[in-house]
Structure formats: structure tokens, C-alpha cells
Design a protein around this ligand. Sequence first.
Ligand SMILES: *Cc1c(COP(=O)(O)O)cnc(C)c1O
Length: 389
Amino acid sequence: MSLQNPVFIPGPTNIPEEVRNACYVPTIDHRSPAFAGILNPCLENVRKVLKSDSAHIFVYPSTGTGGWETAISNTLSPGDTVLAARNGMFSHRWIDLCQRHGLDVQIVETPWGQGLPADRYAEALAADKGHRIKAVLATHNETATGVKSDIAAVRRALDAAGHPALLFVDGVSSIASMDFRFDDWGVDVAVTGSQKGFMLPAGLAILGFSDRAVEASKTARLPRTFFDIADMTRSYAANAFPYTPPVGLLNGLKLTSQMLLDEGLENVFARHHRIAEGVRRAVAAWGLQLCAAGPEVYSDTVSAIRTPEGFNATRIVTHAATKYGVAFGVGLGEVAGKVFRIGHLGMLTDVMALSGIATAEMCMADLGLSIRLGSGVAAAQDHYRSTAA
Ligand SMILES: *Cc1c(COP(=O)(O)O)cnc(C)c1O
């Protein structure tokens, strides 16, 4: 693997030079006022990135998975029912985490490649007259299949049924890259991590809680210590953590959250969409299909690309790493060996994307697939040329 090349995995993403430098801080006393100057801008900026005026923001030394645990352990009690669709590896893992915490997960099985079926959520919620379902889980962007889902439609399903369940959204591979609207969508807990749209190393779980979710935490009985939002809230009020904070990562988050706001969130989303569209044009030019079922669910942060029947897609990933020093994502779970993934989120330009597309072409040609060199690159070039600012 060459350290000169960008990575094309859907997280961890490429880290801008100035962000790496921002993470490299000398030891500071985390009980001194200097720490407040790092923590508070992080919390304020993250709230804006979530498009919320009032969300309670929590940042833990952890990863997205710890964010899932924070969401459920603070709001639910043993035996509670949650409703969740399974349409890929990440929604599957969140369901597994819930089950291991003793929750009763009502699973809506959904073909991989499709988005969350809001209509089936609506049916399940309407049928739940006794309000046994305490929370609805929704993976905004299924990173395994490159599929985005309509969270507003899930909110409408809750509202149409007059159902009081909390809405928890996994935005690990969407927040800070694709439009996310905490307030408009009535999200109760949003979960993300540092190493995707926020362009940082892994190491932070980043969450927003609604007032209702905070209220639920007062009676929720699942065990929690490290992830207890009550401890975090008390400590934040004193500009501190309940334990030693990861100061370098937080200093990085202060910078990247500001970079996103300075670029303008809508510009960030438009940049991801443009770059993603170039990748999709390349895939079409290769004569290949995306795992995502149709344009309405295409993800702007990752594309999972199906390879021809009988060809093990993982070979492309292995070959790219060994011959060209470039990282693509492998297929996971049900689509292992059937797809390879190009991550296109975080710090990315047209030029970087073109290098990834060119590398994928070389690999596929090397491995005997009938790909004409330059075909995908040309399709992406056309798109980038005609849409450049
Ligand atoms: C990466 C990812 C996760 C897991 O996050 P970790 O930081 O690896 O724990 C969860 N959900 C989605 C959608 C992801 O893309």
C-alpha cells in the first residue's frame, strides 16, 4: 500500500494535511480553560452539521459502534421492542447489538440493494396499537450496498400512525457528506463517527439527542457507565469529560467541523453528489451494475459495484492493493465476493476520484474482465468537465 495514494474505502477516509496537524497537539491539562476552547466549538459546530437548533451533542472516545450502544443503552430498558429493517451489513450489526443488549428486535427483512421500506414500517407501527415498539432504527446510508434511505418517510410513517416511538438514525456514512436534517426529520438520536464525513482518524462517536431522547434516559434501565449521557452532561457543564478526553481528536473535530461549515453544508453535499455521479457514469460505461436498486437510493458516499457472475469481486480489491497500492472496499456479508466498493466521501476532489476510477479500470483489465481502458475515466471526465464550478 502506498502512503502517497488516496484511499477509496468508505471510511476511514482521507485526512487533510491541516487536520492531521490539528490532531497533533501537546499534552494539555484537560481541566484547564484551554480545553473548553476545544470542546465547546466542537459541540456547537456538530449541532449545525446535524441541522439542529437544539440537539444535545455528545462526543465519546469510541467509534460509530459505540454510538449505537450510546443510543440504545441510554434510552431503552431490557426487553423493550425496537423496529429495524435489515438491508445490509451495517443495519445487521446494529440489530445484533440490540439483541445482545436483551432488546426484542422486530426485524423488517429487506433485500440488500433496496432502501428502508417506509411502507412496511408504517404497517408495523399502525399494527402496534399498544405501543410496544419503543424505538425505530433507521440506517440512513447502508455502507455495505451503497444505498441511502428516506428518513423523512420513516418520520411520516411514525406520525401517520400517531406512534410515540423514538427515531434513531445511523448516519455514520452520511452525516457531513449527504443532507441530514435532525430537526426537520424529527430525529431523536443521530449517530456518527469521526472517520468518515468528518475526515478524522477513527476514535470518536458523535451523537445528537433530542429532548425526548434525553427525557427517556431518565427512566431507561439498560446498564451503562462509560456511555452514560447523564455523566457526560454534568461534565460538559464544567467544560470537562467524566474521564480523560481524547484532546487531539477533539482539536481535529473543532477544525473539520468548521471546515465543513465554511465550505457550506449545501456545497459539501453538492460536491459529494457530483463526484459520486462521475463514479456512477464510469460504472455505466464499464457495462456494470450498482448493487443499489435504482437512482432514488443511490448513495453519494459509496458505490457498491457488482462484478459479472462467476467472478470474485474481492480479487479486484486484493489486486489494487498489491499491484497499485490503492485501497477499495470489499463486499460484506451477503454481497461478499459479488461487489467491490468505491468510497467517495470526505476529502475528495475530481482529480482524486479520476485516479480511483483509472485504477479500478486497470485492475479489472489485468484480471481479464472485458473493460476498455479509459472508458470509465472518459465518462467521469465528461461529467466533471461539464459540471465544474
Ligand atoms: C462505518 C459504519 C459503522 C460502524 O462504525 P465504526 O466506527 O466502524 O464502529 C456503522 N454504520 C455505518 C452505516 C457505517 O458506515
